[in-house]
Design a protein around this ligand. Sequence first.
Ligand SMILES: [Fe+2]
Length: 317
Amino acid sequence: MSEPIIKALDVAWIRLGAPDLDVAETFLTDFGLLRQVRTSDALYMRGTGEAHHLHITQRGPDRVLGIGFLAESEADLHRLAARAAGASGVMPLNEPGGGKVVRLKEHNGFTIEVVHGVASVAKLPERHSVMNTGAARERLGVFQRIDARPSQVKRMGHAVLSTPDIEASVAWAHRHLGFVVSEHVHAEDDPDLLLASFNRADRGDEFVDHHIMMFGRHQRAGLNHISYEVQDIDDLHAGHDWLKSQGHHHLWGIGRHLLGSQIFDYWKDPWGRVHEHWTDTDVLNAAMPARKVPRSQGLRSQWGPQAPQEFRDAASV
Ligand SMILES: [Fe+2]
């Protein structure tokens, strides 16, 4: 395999179009994001981490407009602009948070925004539950009380694309963003038929999330879902109850994935785009080779419900 042009550090944001910013903000606030900036035509939502924003909604048709990834340096943006087929030049991001961007088209034509130099902001206070488990008592003389409230999103975790030509999609992500395979899922009776590809950032010895970009084989190309990390399992359950109480569309959960091991919960926004909450991911580093597993040992929940067809068919464009 050819050397990657750059190694992207992390996922940065999703950029979606929506015809009504009030409706979008209501859903995203109930989901646990916080308004950073709202202009007359766009909404920028943050989490409790240092990223200026993790979610952008632009007023307009309900479209997937781009997935953002962080580059390590501005030099990486210039490398991509020079070497990636169809890349834009290095351009200023003329929006809150600033920074610079190179826009690429991935294999199915979705826009990938590789960014550097976007402003960071001060972290916000976070609520973490201290658990007394069978192994250790760590909450001593303190009552556990969970308010009725949205989750507290910390950061963006990953993006997942449905794609008919999964091999080409994976190759594109490896070549342009430097991702490496954590686990590949193949058909039960055909080890050469790739069904799903979980890819992480290549940061050497540093442990990173099990996947930052995943691909699932599907007849339609589209955004299957985007995913945000919440604080812990109490925070995830509190957020679930809150979203339900506000009448939002629940899709799948609560459960624990097999691959990646996250405790998950999936919701649709008012235009059907799937937004995931998760907590407690596996983290891997360069010492851990890619694994290959059959479908029965990959695409299932360890506990909680199995994926409904509506989730498997999600492919927003
Ligand atoms: Fe996910």
